[in-house]
Write a protein that binds this ligand. Structure first.
Ligand code: ADP
Length: 397
């Protein structure tokens, strides 16, 4: 089945065209500056042909039409006509407590998605525009929503997702732990379970370490806990996000600086983390390079993140009553061998027999044969999960 996977941002639209039967990505691309001016970069992965053009995109409907035109074009296209695109799968950042699995787009689903606006004010409007853009450009083509929160909200126990605030207030405003990167945690924990011989009885910690980072405890293939919370600001230190801090620091800084709630939120999301501590960059590579040159604050930013990752692994091992495997994924997890080694070095007491050579060679398993706890590097593939979920739902119609 040809499935178009769409990841709509406020002014962008990333896409991949999957042939789910053959298990290949036929084409991928990015529309940028939607609503400003407009630019598309498209790659036909079968021929290698690249199409790049600056072209007006007033909104996501126009952007979607441009994507379809290039997908069916003689020179760059992957299909002969739009009818060959059999379904669209959308990545949706927040499904609130309304969605704990992927769903077919219907009027009722769109009404529920509207209720998620408050929970992800930057992303939800963009998703809605992306869905409406596809509906306008491809009327009649079934669309499926795949939520970043669904893997978490499907199974997280009440005592894990409930914050110790006033119960009624939390109910009123839907304040609870939702988590994020659920599609990635689901994919890599699933791949890890296959390597362990099945999900039943397994205790896995998945570390999605990118610009945004989250760590999850996956027991028997199901989420027990995750480091992100009500929003993706919680958890470990990230590129520009502070992660968990004493909540009393928030009113303290607001009082000292005169920042409004919006400004404070923006500050914690955009100015902290690696960038705030190091003063160098939000990018882990830049921070690592600066640390190697002796920059103390860059080294400190890295020391913090390594320590926090270790703490989460320790906490989740206790929460699950044991540990079978750790998975590293996303930009940092898949590429930063030094960071993986540092995290695991301090955890040999758990039964990790780390293999420096396998780690340096970026092998899938980076522990020695016979290691009690296995460590894996598994590249994430959220788009594949979205394509597969979409195929399954549309085939069952
Ligand atoms: P996003 O959350 O935006 O999807 P990514 O998963 O692409 O982010 O991760 C981006 C992070 O990965 C950046 O901090 C970047 O420095 C880091 N990264 C990418 N490649 C490497 C590498 N070779 N070594 C260390 N860090 C890397």
């Amino acid at each position: 089945m040809n499935v178009l996977v769409v990841n709509a941002g406020s002014s962008s639209l990333k896409y991949q065209l999957f042939d789910t039967t053959a298990g290949v990505v036929k084409a991928k691309g990015l529309c940028e500056r939607i609503g400003i001016d407009g630019k598309i970069k498209h790659t036909n992965l079968e021929t290698g042909a690249v199409y790049e053009k600056e072209t007006a995109m007033e909104n996501h409907t126009v952007a979607t039409k441009i994507v379809i035109d290039v997908l069916v074009s003689a020179e760059y296209g992957s299909v002969k006509s739009m009818d060959e695109i059999e379904a669209v799968g959308h990545r949706v950042v927040h499904g609130g407590a309304y969605f704990s699995e992927s769903v077919l787009v219907t009027d009722e689903v769109m009404a529920k998605l509207e209720l998620c606006r408050d929970l992800a004010p930057l992303h939800t409007p963009a998703h809605i525009m992306g869905i409406e853009g596809c509906t306008a450009a491809m009327p009649g083509t079934p669309q499926v929503l795949v939520f970043d929160t669904a893997f978490h909200t499907a199974t997280m126990p009440e005592h894990v997702y409930t914050y110790p605030l006033e119960y009624d207030l939390c109910q009123k405003y839907a304040i609870r732990r939702y988590g994020a990167h659920g599609t990635s945690h689901r994919y890599v924990s699933g791949e890890c379970a296959k390597l362990l011989g099945g999900a039943e009885g397994t205790k896995i910690v998945t570390c999605h370490l990118g610009n945004g980072s989250s760590i999850s405890a996956v027991k028997d293939g199901k989420i027990l806990d995750t480091s992100m919370g009500f929003t993706p600001l919680a958890g470990i230190e990230m590129g520009t996000r502070c992660g968990d801090i004493d909540p009393a620091i928030v009113p303290f800084i607001m009082d000292k600086t005169g920042m409004t709630p919006d400004e404070m939120n923006n500050y914690m999301n955009k100015k902290c983390g690696f960038l705030g501590v190091s003063g160098v960059s939000s990018d882990c590579r830049d921070v690592s390079n600066a640390a190697k040159e002796g920059n103390h604050r860059a080294q400190l930013a890295l020391d913090i993140v390594v320590y926090e990752i270790q703490k989460f692994i320790g906490a989740y091992t206790a929460a699950m009553g044991g540990l079978d495997a750790i998975v590293f994924t996303a930009g940092i997890g898949e590429n930063d061998k030094g960071l993986r080694a540092r995290v695991c070095e301090g955890l040999s007491f758990l039964g990790i027999d780390f293999d420096d050579d396998k780690n340096a060679a970026n092998e899938t398993e980076i522990t020695k044969a016979g290691s009690k706890v296995k460590v894996f590097m598994i590249p994430t593939n959220e788009e594949l999960v979205i394509a597969k979920d979409t195929e399954a739902i549309v085939k069952a119609l």
